[in-house]
Design a protein around this ligand. Structure first.
Ligand SMILES: C[S@@+](CC[C@H](N)C(=O)[O-])C[C@H]1O[C@@H](n2cnc3c(N)ncnc32)[C@H](O)[C@@H]1O
Length: 358
């Protein structure tokens, strides 16, 4: 499932990489910095504890969980009014003013604020969420094209997911999760990133995320490791985290550029890091056309190649599967090895299992 809002630092484009890096199994899934929740809504774990300090995002999920039909009904009205409006910019600015004037003192206000947040997220500039120091949403109007503002099916699906699984959402500081997490649970942390320029500590909301908060986060990672709890952390490519977390696996992520297998200057292309306290040892199964099947053997190595600006997994010069560019970059940059470990037929589909490790 896709997230219901676009969020600064949203992980949608990195989902293949994150999925590859997850441990093979775990009990409860923890996500202490939820935001748009791209990974949560991809994995759809049955047991999850999630934290989000921003009250507007927290209430968005609570309201979508409890009042989805009312939200859809009113959002469809806003959508029609906006698309029919001769002055979309002022329509947007009016809604933004109402959004900022509402608080959460009554359930009706809270639902209205959520509907407005969904509307603003779809119609604002670049679909970002930004607040000023007073906590007011202050993003200007977007390009005002015709667009779907109410994605009814998606809202219903997320509501069903939150209702029919054991998902607890807390409007609390991320540090609180350490009180309940247990061995065999797993935590994915995607905090506000450590700034790359000194003195540019900025937050997603009026509370900010200070240097002390980054240090608290680092301490928590060490205590998770002591308790033998697996974690995966996303962050900027910053030297502070690299130094403080050098005892763990630090993977480089390049998004912007195409890389060759000989990367001379990593500084130029690495834009994020991923840190884990466990080793990559992941099996992924893919379906392949029958014509390729008989030529493949267990223990064959899989390589990756570019052809016509597309990215493919190959074995013995047989094209197995097209992959996306982020995934390609990640594998090349981190010298990840891929080996065929199994081949079988299931429901008339030809499958091979690939083991990824480094
Ligand atoms: C990088 S974003 C997460 C993006 C998310 N992974 C996604 O796919 O959309 C970080 C989130 O952490 C939240 N946050 C900031 N400080 C926090 C704190 N002290 N405790 C919990 N959440 C916090 C922010 O409001 C923001 O939503």
């Amino acid at each position: 499932m896709d997230p219901i809002i676009q969020w600064v630092g949203g992980k949608k484009r990195l989902l293949n990489v994150l999925d590859l890096m997850l441990p093979n199994n775990y009990n409860t899934y923890y996500e202490p910095f939820l935001g748009g929740g791209a990974l949560l809504y991809k994995l759809l774990p049955q047991n999850a504890k999630i934290y989000e300090i921003n009250i507007n995002i927290y209430n968005l999920y609570i309201n979508v969980k409890n009042n989805v039909l009312e939200i859809i009904e009113k959002l469809l009205i806003y959508e029609k009014e906006y698309l029919d409006s001769p002055d979309r910019k002022n329509f947007y600015l009016d809604k933004r003013t109402i959004y900022n004037s509402l608080d959460y003192s009554t359930p009706q206000n809270s639902i209205k604020k959520t509907i407005l947040l969904l509307f603003l997220n779809k119609t604002c500039f670049n679909a970002v969420y930004r607040e000023n120091k007073k906590g007011e949403f202050n993003v200007p109007v977007g390009n005002m094209k015709n667009c779907t503002i109410c994605n009814t099916e998606q809202l219903k699906k997320i509501s069903n997911y939150l209702n029919n699984n054991n998902i607890t959402i807390y409007n609390d500081d991320f540090t609180k999760f350490i009180d309940t997490i247990e061995e065999n649970d797993f935590v994915y942390l995607d905090p506000p990133y450590y700034p790359l320029k000194n003195d540019s500590f900025v937050g997603y909301d009026k509370n900010g995320f200070t240097k002390e908060k980054h240090d608290e986060l680092i301490d928590i990672l060490h205590s998770l490791n002591e308790k033998k709890i697996n974690f995966m952390l996303s962050n900027s490519n910053n030297q502070y985290f690299r130094d403080k977390l050098s005892m763990y696996n630090i993977y480089d992520i390049a998004i912007a550029r195409t890389l060759n297998s000989n990367i001379d200057d990593r500084k130029d292309c690495v834009c994020e890091i991923l840190v884990t306290n466990y080793n990559l040892n992941k099996t992924q199964t893919i379906s392949i056309p029958q014509v390729n099947y008989s030529n493949l053997q267990k223990n064959d190595n899989v390589s990756i190649k570019i052809k016509n600006k597309k990215y493919f997994l190959y074995s013995n010069d047989i094209n197995l599967k097209e992959i996306n560019k982020c995934f390609y970059n990640f594998i090349i940059l981190n010298k990840i090895k891929i080996v065929i470990t199994n081949k079988y037929i299931e429901n008339n589909e030809y499958k091979i299992s690939l083991l990824f490790n480094n």
